[in-house]
Ligand binder design. Sequence first.
Ligand code: NAP
Length: 323
Amino acid sequence: MKSIKIDKFGGPEVLVLKDEKIGKPGPKEALVKNLSIGLNYIDVYHRTGLYPIPLPSGIGLEACGVVEEIGSEVKLFKVGDRVTHASMPIGSYSEKQIMPEEKLINVPNGVSDEVASCITLKGITAEYLLHRAYPLKKGDKILYHAAAGGLGQILCQWANCLGAKVIGTVGSKDKEEIAKKNGCHHVINYSEKNFVEEVEKIVGKNGIDVVYDGVGIKTFKGSIETLKIRGMMVAFGNASGYVDTINVKKDINAKGLFFTRPSIAHYTVKREELVESAKKVFDAILSNKFKVEISKKYSLNDVAQAHKDLESRLLTGPAVIIP
Ligand SMILES: NC(=O)c1ccc[n+]([C@@H]2O[C@H](COP(=O)([O-])OP(=O)(O)OC[C@H]3O[C@@H](n4cnc5c(N)ncnc54)[C@H](OP(=O)(O)O)[C@@H]3O)[C@@H](O)[C@H]2O)c1
């Protein structure tokens, strides 16, 4: 079977398509034939080594597929089940994959393979960010950076549906309309304007209840500036670089802020959490709380280009790889 591997950290050129033999699933594992694979910014962090992984390694954390073979002790799934996942072991940029059964989730009818493959990681992330990292309330004013991105489109639609006032930032003119169509009440082009000043025009000084910041170093200070007293800073990503130090006195104490740096793994520790979160995501899709539009499809041969597009900020929404 074909699978993308990396032997060293680096640019998109380290992603190499290889032919390899896949073994048999262990007692509590399932062999899954991938039908569609999710492209996520975390894949870039793994490729560059920002999030170090043992090498050589596969890449990718999200895919939807069909169970082809199960281990002797597998109880939750049977051959033929349509499943998805959003977790380690890394290596979903593959035609086939062996996964522990406890990491797999059934895909309900009415959700396509492609949507399932790009909504599991992003959807569960949106779920825990909006419901658990900070339980969003009706009327809350939120700031989300990169609102036209893969996660951004989903989270902003869902936040809008929950009754929040959604302010989104985007990096280019063409993304302004996309963010507006995807739940943002106000869109700020932060490549052209100072987003702190623009946010103040909308909600006043120190007016934001919660910032969801996946952009990182470029936006961190400004995000803090927009928050209200006792506001919540959710720093959950680093597309522009990792924020590895904060000044507690200036950044946090000055306004008595709450600060969290969560990851999806912290909110899917137990299988029940994973299943419950995925159910909320699928229910939200099936009840039209948000729509998922695939912005671009790649093949396994094109993954280097997919990474280039993602890092060049060319993608506008969830993208998939069709093996
Ligand atoms: N902690 C978690 O559990 C978790 C889970 C999933 C995702 N995430 C994080 O959420 C964020 C969004 O993920 P995603 O997969 O949906 O990606 P994405 O939003 O589709 O892509 C990243 C976006 O970041 C913006 N950006 C700003 N400065 C950038 C720079 N210097 N280089 C590249 N991009 C830059 C770009 O939008 P503009 O052009 O509009 O600025 C770009 O489109 C990422 O930081 C990711 O790591 C975290």
